[in-house]
Write a protein that binds this ligand. Structure first.
Ligand code: SF4
Ligand code: SF4
Length: 360
């Protein structure tokens, strides 16, 4: 049986999410993480235009920004498989670099490097490995945050699936921010809200050192040296919430409500897709010849698609002024070929064919 959507969130958040999250989760069976779908097998020929990751990094060339209550949840979870994760969180706390009452974050230097190298190096170098990644596995998996829990390299629902996961990431990310700020404020109203702009880099950032003691003390006040206890208190506050209190924190403003509405729409579109009345071949597919067909790169560079030459030629015959039904009839007359509507819907979801107005 398919698990409900809420199981994608970490355990402490799951029971608090609105009833919408009882809908079945979307299973991304094409992202075969145990045998990573982005890693080229030794006997596999590289597909033109496709990107590949290395097995000892996969998509974990990233460092999450962990909200206080999830840091607390990791430290509070005594499962044996989290022992390494707990040790790594404690090492991060001891290092003091971007360890604040609201977040345990990647250093500014790392974030800058990641942003600058994303298109060339994501998934392709161990130099950008997440500090919670250990020998091919995530050491904090059960309590990972919204970016990690919603990333998939390939989507069963193509572009529609991709949009859904992006909407879920936005909603869960908003949830984390709202809860982390609320928890920090509630545990100690005297603490200032620490703003951590990406730039400029301090000399400590450049030299991979923590901030000076005075700066660190200005973030933590009386909690310096007791950061772990603070995160535990934040966890306790979030655990004690009921759904009404959660909604008062997370859905109190337009941002939360509109993120939830966008998520609902994206879920409906991904799970109940409708064939457009008119379709054309997308114009940004970067087609490349490959064997007996054409490789195109539609909604994501991680999900190149192989089309037979004959199918690609037929798709080029789509016209903006013609309905899909008329197109199917015309191809049957002119080419004696049936183009199934299911196939067109599949290609529409992948973003290989798109409604003409999407091309404007
Ligand atoms: S989601 Fe990550 S680990 Fe899973 S198959 Fe894709 S790249 Fe590999
Ligand atoms: S927290 Fe876990 S899933 Fe996320 S990047 Fe790190 S190792 Fe990967």
């Amino acid at each position: 049986m398919t698990e409900p959507l809420r199981t994608i969130a970490p355990p402490v958040v799951q029971p608090l999410l609105p009833p919408f999250f009882d809908a079945p989760a979307i299973e991304e069976s094409r992202a075969t993480c145990g045998d990573c779908a982005m890693c080229k097998k030794p006997d596999q020929t590289a597909v033109p235009g496709a990107e590949y990751f290395i097995p000892d990094a996969k998509c974990c060339t990233y460092e999450p920004t962990l909200p206080n209550f999830l840091a607390g949840a990791i430290l509070d979870d005594d499962a044996a498989e989290l022992a390494e994760g707990r040790a790594r969180i404690r090492a991060k706390i001891a290092g003091r670099n971007l360890v604040t009452p609201a977040w345990i974050a990647a250093s500014r230097k790392f974030r800058l490097l990641l942003d600058a190298a994303r298109t060339t190096s994501f998934g392709r170098t161990t130099k950008l490995l997440c500090p919670y990644f250990d020998a091919g596995r995530c050491t904090i998996w059960r309590h990972r945050e919204s970016v990690c829990s919603t990333f998939f390299c390939k989507h069963v629902g193509g572009a529609y699936g991709h949009s859904f996961w992006r909407a879920l990431k936005a909603f869960l990310g908003h949830t984390e921010t709202a809860l982390a700020r609320w928890a920090a404020r509630t545990v100690d109203p005297e603490l200032p809200e620490t703003e951590l702009p990406r730039l400029p880099l301090t000399i400590e950032d450049v030299e991979d050192r923590p901030p000076d003691d005075a700066t660190y003390a200005s973030w933590w006040g009386r909690w310096v040296g007791r950061e772990e206890a603070f995160y535990g208190e934040c966890l306790a506050r979030v655990r004690a919430l009921d759904r009404a209190a959660f909604e008062a924190i997370v859905l109190a403003d337009d941002r939360g409500r509109s993120a939830l509405e966008t998520l609902r729409l994206a879920y409906d579109r991904a799970t109940k897709p409708v064939l457009a009345e008119r379709l054309v071949l997308a114009d940004d597919l970067r087609p490349a010849r490959s064997g007996d067909g054409v490789v195109v790169v539609p909604y994501s560079s991680y999900d190149a698609q192989h089309l037979s030459e004959s199918l690609y030629e037929v798709l080029k015959m789509l016209r903006a002024e013609e309905t899909v039904s008329d197109f199917v009839d015309r191809i049957r007359r002119e080419r004696e070929v049936d183009v199934p509507r299911d196939l067109l819907l599949h290609l529409q979801m992948l973003g290989i064919v798109v409604p003409p107005d999407a091309e404007a």
